[in-house]
Design a protein around this ligand. Structure first.
Ligand SMILES: [Fe+2]
Ligand SMILES: [Fe+2]
Length: 376
């Protein structure tokens, strides 16, 4: 079987080729590492994990109710289009399967993009400490892509091709020859938004398998965002105001692209809903509005932190209703992400111990039965 059999809308069979830009840089300075970057690199090496061993793939998943989210989270909920399908649980289940498939397919394609961008950072960034760190991130992103691909193929059973907005932003990010652009496009914008989306779904779902996957991926992503912040804060402090403004324009354009990414237009069209009406429902959906503003909870404080918070960026954030998000405590959020993954591991260990105790008790009882039987 090929993944192409699972694409609900045909995906290109040919590779998508983005022309290489910029230089591959070598450095002969092997000693001059920044402590914080090197300790992030050490953490990246220490915290590698393998989906084969860490994730409980035996857990059953209902493809029609992968995340167990209430109907109210569907953008058309309460509209005439919803009234037409709400009594038909099969149709609602199918819609939920497609929405989850679309969402996780974008995570998957984004992870592949992250792997390619981190590999590009290894090549192009001038300093060795950043090259070392980006090499661990390349491996992290490969593990994430592998995990989401397995989840979609084995558990959800459907895939969607890459969304045009995500593709446009990846294209802009990769086809720029300036070495900081993959950081800004990928680490700050695409990863920042993905991280917020992972977090919302991780906290909303009560299904153990997607919860584990999202929590473990997020544990790594916290390091990735920290890397982007560290490297860019240093670099942007020394840029001219014109150079800074170019980056701010990129942020504004990228944020609008990202905001439009989550409307799931392909799902509505694919399942035969009225697309225009569905888009209006998305715009008016209270759940979607909240989801959309929370999506910026990781991007806005990061952009402020790296020094790209001029009037254009502030106006765009105000226009999108997310300016308040710039005050979010990013470090506290990321500490929470790391702790939550550890907590899931601890609960799994406790469950394993309890299961072993039960099995031992049953085995002891079984061993005692024949003795009692002979005694009587
Ligand atoms: Fe990732
Ligand atoms: Fe990442």
């Amino acid at each position: 079987m090929t993944t192409h059999d699972l694409y609900t809308i045909p995906a290109e069979h040919a590779t998508w080729d983005v022309e290489m830009q910029g230089a591959s840089r070598f450095t002969w300075e092997y000693d001059d590492g920044r402590d914080r970057l090197l300790s992030l690199y050490q953490k990246g090496k220490d915290k590698q994990w393998d989906q084969v061993h860490r994730i409980d793939w035996d857990i059953e998943v209902d493809p029609h109710d992968v995340l167990g989210l209430p109907d109210e989270t569907i953008a058309i909920y309460g509209t005439p289009q919803w009234d037409r399908i709400k009594g038909d649980r099969k149709a609602v289940g199918e819609l939920k399967q497609h929405m989850t498939s679309w969402q996780f397919s974008q995570f998957l394609h984004g992870e592949q993009g992250a792997m390619i961008c981190s590999a590009k950072i290894v090549e192009s960034v001038p300093d060795l400490d950043a090259k070392f760190y980006a090499a661990t991130q390349t491996m992290d992103e490969a593990r994430h892509a592998e995990t989401y691909a397995r989840f979609l193929q084995d558990k959800v059973g459907l895939l969607y091709p890459i969304n045009e907005h995500l593709k446009a932003l990846l294209d802009d990010t990769l086809s720029d020859s300036r070495w900081d652009m993959p950081y800004l496009g990928m680490q700050v914008l695409i990863e920042g938004l993905a991280l917020a989306a992972f977090g919302l779904l991780r906290d909303m779902t009560d299904k153990p398998l997607p919860k584990q996957i999202l929590a473990y991926v997020m544990q790594d992503e916290a390091r990735h965002v920290a890397f982007g912040r560290l490297a860019l804060r240093d670099y942007y402090a020394g840029l001219s105001s014109k150079e800074k403004e170019e980056r701010e324009d990129f942020v504004v354009e990228g944020c609008y692209l990202m905001r439009d990414r989550f409307r799931q237009q392909e799902v509505w069209a694919n399942l035969g809903f009225d697309v225009e009406e569905s888009m209006k429902s998305v715009e008016n959906s209270q759940y979607f509005k909240l989801f959309q503003s929370l999506l910026f909870s990781r991007i806005a404080p990061c952009v402020k932190d790296i020094g790209l918070f001029g009037p254009k960026v502030q106006n765009a954030f105000a226009d999108m209703g997310v300016l308040d998000m710039a005050g979010v405590d990013l470090a506290a959020l990321m500490k929470q992400d790391e702790d939550l993954a550890d907590l899931i591991d601890m609960e799994k260990r406790e469950l394993l111990v309890r299961r072993q105790e039960v099995e031992q008790t049953i085995a002891m009882a079984d061993a005692e039965v024949p003795e009692q039987a002979t005694a009587s």
